[in-house]
Design a protein around this ligand. Sequence first.
Ligand code: ADE
Length: 418
Amino acid sequence: MPYDILDVNLASQGKSCIQWADSMMPVLCLIRDRFSKEKPLKGMRIAACLHVTSETANLMRTLKEGGAEVRLCASNPLSTQDEVAASLVSNYGIDVFAIRGEDKETYYKHIYSVLEMNPHLTLDDGADLVSTVHSKKSALARNIIGGTEETTTGVIRLRSIAKEGTLKYPIIAVNDANTKHLFDNRYGTGQSTIDGILRATNVLLAGSFFVVCGYGWCGKGIAMRAKGMGAKVIVCEVEPLRALEAAMDGYLVMPLLEAASLGDIFVTSTGDRDVICKEHFKRMKNGAMVANAGHFNVEINIDDLKELSVKINKVRKNIQEFVLEDNRRINLISEGRLVNLASAEGHPSRVMDMSFANQALCCEYLSKNGKGLKREVYKVPENIDKQVSELKLKSMGIKIDKLTEKQKEYLSSWRIGT
Ligand code: ADE
């Protein structure tokens, strides 16, 4: 069996982590049970480029139970859980190509290894797999029925390919499902980003100035959780509406250049490049901590930080201390890579349950309907989104009210007014 992982002997440790996560992924479990009986993915070859975590392992198991042949590589060089990769290979017979800390060359070598299976479906998180198909392996697109994309950044990249008119197969934007971004991006990123920062630094949030750059769903979650732990949260935004929302949610809102001299901890969550750069570092306090929660490591301009520095010390496992000419020290967490996966374990299983239920159901949908779709970026079908919310509520033991016939009629009619 082809694979490339750190150490297959880590498998039993990985298996426990996968099972622990599975116990908090009831919706995915239900789907897996059904898939194992119905085999809706029989004969499908699925290439996945996702963070190699215990939650992803349970998605891979589900697709395999559905009858698919699956290969998995990492969607970020620093997010792989090596013990999980080992268990997938050894206990579940799934080909994995991922090693935590792999360099860029190995990262792409692993993407190519996954693509060697000549896939029918692609699962992506950040669009590196799909962009490799489009730029380097376009002949493969002939056999690809469709793909899914997990994250905001990936959806933005794919929409830009589609806008150029060169998208080679249909993609479903899983990120845009309500049961994905309203929970995963907000509560998942919110909690796991704080988790990553705390594991890396052990810093006290209470009373500190905590600067959040970007007030999308992820930024909202991060700000909310930092506030909940007693931090004084400052939000920096470029969109007036979001800035207004942040202000009315009770945060201080100001340009980053002003926040730079106030902040104790800075987190980027914008999806754009060069958010924190030279002019900001120059104003930061001694001991300031800087982390990124966005998909790519482009949000903090590390070259700028290096240019300003006379020395770089590794002071803790995931912290580099940059010593500036005036002896101020700026602490960069997780090399500016997404802090929740590099310094912690990513989003908790309970929230990934919904994201990956969407993924599994979209794979099933594509295998049935993909051939009839255009080369566009599609929304998750509404019935899938609804099904996931219903199943998740049920798994949480929550019941809700139902409209009466009279109420339904009222809502669909214009006749009754004042
Ligand atoms: N993205 C964020 N958290 C994740 C997790 N736990 N597993 C897979 N992808 C993720």
